[in-house]
Design a protein around this ligand. Structure first.
Ligand SMILES: [Zn+2]
Length: 475
C-alpha cells in the first residue's frame, strides 16, 4: 500500500494531476458517490479531521437553521488560497472532491510520519483554506437556495444570508490571493460545438461590466491556461468555458473585484455517470495541480492562449435522448410526410417530467442517449380504457403494445403493473397524428406495420426483448 501510495505521490508531484483513475480510486472517500450530499454525510469526516494535528478545523459559523459551517486550514505558507463548495445546496460534487483531497493529504501525512519523508513541497508556501458545504440548509433540502430561499451566490453585495456573510467574513479576514468557487452546472451544457457534455467548465470571472483583464484576473486566467493541457488529456473535447457576463451580486465576480484571483469550477454531466464521479476525480487533480503551481509560481509561465482556446459552454446543447429520422405520416395517416428527429429532456435539471423539446433537425445537439429510427414510423398508438381491474404482466403488456396500444385511460388504481416496465395512464398529448412539443411523450414506432419500439413518457421499450432504456434515470 505504501509503495503504491508513494508511486502515486511521485506521479502527482512530477506530473501534477496525471495519476490514473485506478490511483485516484485509492483515495475516493466511500459513501459520497451519490446525487446529493448533506451535512450528515460530511459530519463524521469533519469529526475525524478535527482529531488530526496536521490541519485545523474550526467552526466558521452557523447556517440559518444552525447547521455548522466549517473552515479547514492546511499549511502556513504566504500564498493564501480559499476554496468553498456547495454554496448551492444541490451541487455536491466538489464537496466530495474536497474530502478526497483531504484523504490524499492525510495519507501523505501518515506516510511522512512512518518514513520521515518530507511532505508536499507546496505546504511550505501555501496556506489552503477550505469551506466544504457552505450551504448545509440547502443541501438538506436538495435545493440551490438557503433556508430563506435566497441564492447565496447572489448575496455578495447585500449579504442578507448568514452563509454569505460567513464567506465574505472569511475572505476579509484571510485575504486570500486565490479563490476557487466550486459548483455543479446542469448537465445540458455542451462543450462548445462538440456535442459532448461539458464535464468541467472553468471561468476567471469578470470584475466589471467591460470584462477587462487586470493583473488579478490575468493570474486567474493563467491558472486556467496552466491546467488546460491536463484537461485536454483526461477530458478531450469536454472542457467548456463558463459565461463571463459580469454578475454584480455573485461572489466570484465580487472577489475578483476585491483583487482575489478567482477561478470558477463547474462540474458537469458525463455519459453513464449520474453522480459525476469523473468530474469529482478531475476536481482533485485540478486542486493538486493548482496548489503545486501556486506554490512554485509555474502557472505564470502560461499566457492566456490556453484560456482563450477553451470553447464556451453551449447551453442546452445536450439532450437526454435523441431519436432521429422518424417518419411522420401525412395528414390522412398514410405514407411519409417528413423525417424528423425528436429530442427529449427531463425538466428541472434532470429531475422533472420528461419533455419533448425539439422536433425537426436535432443534428446540432449531443445526446446522452441516441437512437437512429431510420425506417420507423411514428404512431400515436391506441388507448386501452381501464374498465375493471387489470393485472399487467410483462407478457400481457408487450402483447398490448404489439397490438398498437400505447397508453391507458381511466382510474389508475385499476391497473396493477407487474411488468417491470413503465406505463402511461391518462397522459397528456397523445392520440395526435404527429408528436407535440412540450407534451408528455408516449407513442409507438413501427416498421413494416409491426411495432418495434414503444416510447412511454420518453422511456424506450424495445418489444423484441422487453428491454428498457430509461434515458432519464441519470447520465
Ligand atoms: Zn452553483
Amino acid at each position: 500500500m505504501l509503495k503504491q501510495l508513494s508511486l502515486w505521490l511521485a506521479l502527482s508531484t512530477v506530473l501534477p494531476g496525471l495519476a490514473t483513475a485506478a490511483d485516484y480510486a485509492k483515495f475516493t472517500v466511500p459513501g459520497l458517490a451519490k446525487g446529493q450530499l448533506s451535512h450528515s454525510d460530511i459530519a463524521p469526516l469533519i469529526a475525524y479531521y478535527q482529531q488530526q494535528d496536521w490541519l485545523e478545523v474550526t467552526e466558521l459559523g452557523r447556517s440559518v437553521e444552525q447547521r455548522p459551517i466549517y473552515l479547514i486550514k492546511i499549511g502556513n505558507g504566504e500564498r493564501k488560497v480559499l476554496a468553498w463548495s456547495q454554496m448551492h445546496g444541490d451541487e455536491p460534487t466538489a464537496t466530495a472532491a474536497i474530502f478526497d483531497l483531504l484523504a490524499v493529504l492525510d495519507a501523505r501525512q501518515q506516510q511522512q510520519a512512518a518514513t520521515g519523508d518530507g511532505g508536499p513541497a507546496w505546504l511550505d508556501n501555501v496556506s489552503l483554506y477550505l469551506i466544504p458545504m457552505l450551504n448545509p440548509d440547502g443541501a438538506e433540502r436538495k435545493s440551490r437556495f438557503n433556508a430563506l430561499g435566497i441564492d447565496v451566490n447572489r448575496d455578495a453585495l447585500a449579504l442578507q444570508t448568514p452563509e454569505g456573510q460567513l464567506l465574505m467574513q472569511a475572505a476579509k479576514q484571510i485575504k486570500p490571493h486565490y479563490g476557487f468557487n466550486l459548483h455543479d452546472q446542469n448537465r445540458y451544457h455542451a462543450a462548445g460545438e462538440n456535442k459532448k457534455p461539458a464535464t468541467i467548465s472553468l471561468l476567471a470571472p469578470a470584475y466589471n461590466e467591460a470584462r477587462e483583464i487586470n493583473p488579478s484576473r490575468h493570474a486567474a486566467m493563467q491558472l486556467v491556461s496552466a491546467v488546460k493541457p491536463l484537461l485536454d488529456k483526461v477530458l478531450p473535447e469536454q472542457l467548456g468555458r463558463y459565461d463571463d457576463s459580469y454578475s454584480i451580486r455573485s461572489f466570484g465576480d465580487t472577489f475578483s473585484k476585491m483583487g482575489i484571483s478567482t477561478v470558477l469550477v463547474e462540474s458537469g454531466g458525463q455519459y453513464n455517470d449520474p453522480f459525476r464521479q469523473q468530474a469529482r476525480q478531475i476536481n482533485v487533480q485540478l486542486y493538486l495541480s493548482w496548489l503545486e503551481m501556486i506554490s512554485n509560481g509555474s502557472y505564470r509561465d502560461y499566457d492566456l492562449s490556453g484560456y482563450n482556446s477553451i470553447p464556451m459552454n453551449t447551453s442546452g446543447g445536450m439532450k437526454d435522448l435523441i431519436i432521429s429520422n422518424i417518419s411522420l405520416p401525412k395528414l390522412d395517416g398514410s405514407g411519409v410526410l417528413a423525417r424528423v428527429d425528436l429530442a427529449f429532456t427531463a425538466g428541472g435539471n434532470g429531475r422533472g417530467q420528461v419533455v419533448l423539446d425539439e422536433i425537426g433537425d436535432a443534428s446540432i445537439y449531443g445526446g446522452y442517449h441516441s437512437l437512429d429510427a431510420s425506417g420507423m414510423h411514428y404512431n400515436a398508438g391506441k388507448v386501452y380504457p381501464l374498465t375493471g381491474p387489470l393485472s399487467l404482466s410483462a407478457e400481457k403488456y408487450l402483447q398490448l403494445l404489439a397490438e398498437g396500444y400505447s397508453h391507458f385511460t381511466g382510474k389508475a388504481g385499476l391497473l396493477s403493473n407487474n411488468s417491470g416496465l413503465p406505463v402511461a395512464i391518462n397522459p397528456r398529448g397523445v392520440n395526435t397524428l404527429w408528436p407535440q412539443r412540450s407534451m408528455t411523450t408516449t407513442f409507438l414506432l413501427t416498421k413494416d406495420n409491426a411495432v418495434q419500439l414503444a416510447v412511454v413518457d420518453g422511456r424506450l421499450i424495445r418489444l423484441a426483448d422487453a428491454s428498457l432504456l430509461d434515458a432519464f434515470s441519470g447520465n
